[in-house]
Design a protein around this ligand. Structure first.
Ligand code: ZN
Length: 115
């Protein structure tokens, strides 16, 4: 695996996510405007707000996992499972570039804690 290329890909993805989060933030900050007088419109506005907050949460979670993957590359741990220390495997890392667990630890974790 070309680890520097992977790092570059992750950094590109991180920059994209940050840009999207800034766009979401600029939408959510529109709340300084008064809510529409019409109750139905208010409900729609609040619902959109909830969707944006959910998107923001997803972006945040992905950003955190990419940050962690980049730190693991810097530490030389990227290709190794954070739990058992075995190689994660190139195919799995290609499919899930910010994954930190090998397949067997991931399956054990999912069964145990639900995530
Ligand atoms: Zn493992």
């Amino acid at each position: 695996m070309d680890i520097q290329q992977r790092r570059h890909d992750l950094e590109t993805r991180r920059a994209e996510l940050r840009e999207r989060m800034e766009r979401v933030a600029s939408h959510t900050q529109h709340r300084s405007e008064p809510l529409s007088a019409d109750f139905a419109e208010q409900a729609v506005e609040l619902e959109n707000q909830g969707v944006l907050i959910a998107i923001d949460g997803e972006l945040n979670a992905e950003l955190r996992s990419i940050d962690l993957a980049i730190r693991r590359i810097e530490a030389g741990d990227y290709e190794f499972c954070a739990s058992c220390g075995e190689e994660i495997g190139e195919a799995r890392l290609n499919a899930l570039p910010s994954v930190t667990l090998c397949i067997s630890c991931a399956e054990r974790g999912e069964r145990g804690t639900g995530g």
